[in-house]
Design a binder for this molecule. Sequence first.
Ligand code: DX5
Ligand code: ZN
Length: 219
Amino acid sequence: MEKFIKELAPSILAADFNRLGKQIKEVSSTGTKYLHIDVMDGLFVPSISFGMPLIASIRKESSMFFDVHLMINEPARYLNDFAKAGADGITVHKEACADLKGTIYGIKKLGLKPSVSINPETPVQEIEDVLEMVHMVLVMSVHPGFGGQKFIGSTLEKVRLLKETRENNKFNYKIEIDGGVNKDNIAEIAESGVDVIVAGTAVFNGNITENINLLKEVL
Ligand code: DX5
Ligand code: ZN
């Protein structure tokens, strides 16, 4: 059985975009490997964030793993563009894809790591047929669309189920959780069996290095 090492994935949605390059360098200097990049289209979620040009720009100066979380309808339309911009992994929402399998194949074909995400109200059963194909399963622990929301505790049940399913079937996906993680709840979240923990506000609000070190203490 592969050993799963827990990683923190800071979400730049909460960064100060006026100092984005510098802040990413600071994140990287803490030894953090994942950078979580939230793309929103104003349709799948109410808000609009940023897209390919921003990713291409930060790609020039960062060798971190770009974990691109697409909160957009029918992401299959844009996979090529996100690959070109410099994504390493692309996460698509089950709720946003008419052809989830085809979309995941599309990501693989581009040489990138495919992941699937489910909203808080979507059960794990709805993605059962793609679990053997994905690099990660992203469990949303808030309703997608905004940073700084409250963690929905019941989503940890899905993490436990995904862990059990992985063991029973010898699957290899990582389990990622996203939304509302902070220094007070990260220990319990880590305990539930997640492998990659996204944190936006808890990383970028205040001193980045101190925040990351504090959050990583329990990983
Ligand atoms: C929410 C995004 C999250 C968000 C997390 O739609 O997918 O990645 O940036 O932000 P925090 O950690 O502040 O809840
Ligand atoms: Zn996200």
